[in-house]
Design a protein around this ligand. Structure first.
Ligand SMILES: Nc1nc2c(ncn2[C@@H]2O[C@H](COP(=O)(O)OP(=O)(O)OP(=O)(O)O)[C@@H](O)[C@H]2O)c(=O)[nH]1
Ligand SMILES: [Mg+2]
Length: 345
């Protein structure tokens, strides 16, 4: 199973410019021949692979694309200018389909790949082409070809950058709703989330993180208990984990023990997963009375026995407090994880 990002767009390439009908009229040349130039070619719509983007979100924001028409031909054998092409950047792995037929037109899979998805119309011919021995002054021209119009569906298999982990009810889905447009169900009972959800979080400066919310893990998940086990493999390929820890659990359980039980499951499931960079998010801070916050945070941090430099972030998925800082922390970790992936072993 994988996550799909989809976007529908419409594209229209430029029309060719019309050919021109003109006869040379100059002093002392009473019977000038035809000199109408050709029209220019319409611009193409070109899909261009861009390795710096990893979602189709930019297309959802701008669903219509046009390329420029070619210029008309003119007298004195002047060609019309060609219309400018329009480039649409798409991430590697994008599959492009015709909306009407669902037929796959192209799979953008190579770095720097370019594909003309809608060809600009050819320019029409000016009357200078139609001169014959019997017709020295033709007025005939042809029109520019029309551009192509297409409705397309683009699909991309998404890999999550960040995985949200935690006990049932920790607030993972609430957090995903707060940081993205995804709308996983939220409820005050465990196992609300039955299958993974994916959201795209936007950070300032056109940065994006793909975040996966998976069903809550419980003790024994690594051996198959609960729902989380099947889905742990979805976070295996993420770069960063966010461990969502409820500071005020309804069942009054101990946050420290809750944290440790998830860590144990991770270790039993896979060492590789357990060693992924982790951001700890102390969640539901809004439920803790202001005057009790400092003590509680200190107590839980003390119990977690964190490695040096590891500092939990204090957040509330419900009020949005601390959520921006959480995303920035994920971004930094993701960047360094990606950099070390690229390093030769
Ligand atoms: N006050 C408050 N309530 C929260 C916060 N985050 C989540 N909740 C509530 O906690 C309950 C569980 O939230 P969910 O987001 O469904 O939790 P989950 O981790 O996705 O749970 P599962 O899908 O069952 O694993 C819901 O009633 C939420 O409204 C928060 O930051 N503050
Ligand atoms: Mg959930």
């Amino acid at each position: 199973m994988f996550f799909l990002d989809r976007a529908s767009i419409s594209v229209r390439s430029g029309n060719g410019g019309n050919g021109c009908s003109s006869l040379r009229r100059e002093k002392y040349i009473p019977k000038g021949g035809p000199d109408g130039g050709d029209g220019g070619k319409g611009g193409d719509i070109v899909l261009v692979a861009d390795e710096s983007i990893n979602t189709l979100l930019h297309l959802t924001h701008h669903p219509h694309y046009r390329a420029k028409n070619g210029g008309k031909g003119m007298g004195k054998s002047m060609h019309g200018g060609d219309g400018a092409d329009t480039h649409i950047p798409v991430p590697l792995g994008t599959v492009v389909m015709d909306e009407a037929t669902n037929e796959v037109i192209v799979d953008i899979s190579q770095p720097e790949q370019r594909f003309v998805i809608a060809k600009g119309g050819k320019g029409g011919m000016g009357n200078e082409h139609f001169k014959t021995s019997t017709n020295q002054t033709p007025l005939e021209t042809t029109l520019g070809e029309l551009g192509e119009e297409k409705n397309l569906v683009l699909e991309l298999k998404l890999l999550a950058d960040v995985g949200l982990l935690g006990l049932p009810n920790a607030g993972k889905s609430t957090l995903l709703r707060a940081i993205s447009r995804a709308t996983p169900k939220v409820a005050d009972y465990p196992f609300t989330t039955l299958s993974p959800h994916l959201g795209i979080a936007e950070l300032p400066g056109e940065r994006r993180l793909v975040v996966a919310d998976i069903p809550g893990l419980i003790e024994g998940a690594a051996q198959g208990a609960g729902l989380g086990h099947d889905f742990l493999r979805h976070v295996e390929r993420t770069s960063v984990l966010v461990h969502v820890l409820d500071l005020a659990p309804l069942d009054e359980s101990d946050p420290v023990k809750n944290y440790q039980s998830i860590r144990t499951e991770l270790q039993e499931y896979s060492i590789e997963l357990a060693e992924k960079p982790e951001v700890i998010a102390f969640n539901k801070i809004d439920l803790v009375l202001e005057e009790e916050r400092a003590d509680l945070i200190k107590k839980v941090i003390g119990g977690l026995r964190l490695a040096r430099g590891e500092e939990p972030l204090i957040i509330s998925g419900a009020t949005g407090e601390g959520v921006k800082e959480l995303l920035e922390a994920c971004w930094v970790l993701r960047k360094s994880a990606k950099a070390s992936e690229r390093e030769p072993a």
